[in-house]
Ligand binder design. Structure first.
Ligand SMILES: [Mg+2]
Length: 232
């Protein structure tokens, strides 16, 4: 990637999961620990967790999101898929154990403690995530002193729209005082959630393509495998 001149931006917005926070490790470890604690087959539980979670996330509406209902529904479907319906009486305990474990350990991605303070010398920083405050705020708190570099955490519950809706980014821009579109940079690991809509709105973007992956040659926007490799 060509070095980006970060001084051209008024604001830099960061996705949270997979960008600043190691969601994959946290999720895998939490599901494995939950399976172990409740005597469920670990590999099967992890496979069903990912499938069920992806399906539920597609069904979510930002307007009537209910975190407790979501986490119960998630484990209810996982147990049903594994023919473990007799464990439904433990649903509340399983769901509580899992979410406590998932949010209980600091999981900042490697290198962000170097990059974030340097980027803060060029632009104002904030977090823009597709998760809801109830799960995302504890993760940001786990970032410790690094959290102070971000002026706010913007979530779908702040605007009634998910990242797949341009309304999310319009509301985010309004929250930042409506700078010129080209003076805002969105950084994230999901093309669909973090890159497509900001590009359409005329923002600049930096896509984190993932370790070991080569960005498709058709991709014309700036990309880098991980935030830790950004030169600033
Ligand atoms: Mg992400």
């Amino acid at each position: 990637m060509m070095p980006l001149d970060f001084s051209q931006f008024d604001w830099i917005f960061f996705d949270l999961d997979g960008t600043l926070w190691d969601h994959d490790t946290a999720a895998r470890e939490a599901v494995r620990a939950t399976a172990s604690a409740f005597g469920l087959p670990p590999d099967e539980t992890i496979a069903h967790f990912h499938a069920v979670n992806a399906a539920i996330w597609r069904e979510i509406s930002a307007r009537n999101f209910d975190f407790d209902a979501l986490r119960r529904e998630r484990w209810s479907r996982i147990l049903a898929a594994m023919d473990q319906r007799d464990r439904l009486e433990d649903l509340e305990k399983i769901s509580d154990f899992h979410i406590t474990r998932y949010l209980g350990t600091p999981r900042p991605l490697e290198g962000i403690d170097r990059v974030i303070p340097r980027l803060a010398q060029h632009a104002r920083l904030a977090i823009a995530t597709n998760g809801f405050h109830v799960s995302q705020d504890p993760k940001v708190a786990h970032l410790g002193e690094l959290a102070d570099y971000f002026e706010f955490v913007f979530c779908p519950d702040d605007c009634g729209a998910l990242k797949s809706d341009p309304a999310f980014y319009e509301a985010l821009a309004a929250r930042a005082g409506n700078p010129a579109p080209q003076r805002m940079l969105m950084v994230g690991d999901s093309l669909k959630e973090d890159i497509e809509n900001p590009l359409t709105l005329g923002w600049q973007v930096l896509w984190l393509s993932g370790e070991g992956k080569v960005p498709p040659s058709t991709t014309t926007h700036p990309s880098i495998t991980s935030l830790s490799l950004v030169q600033v």
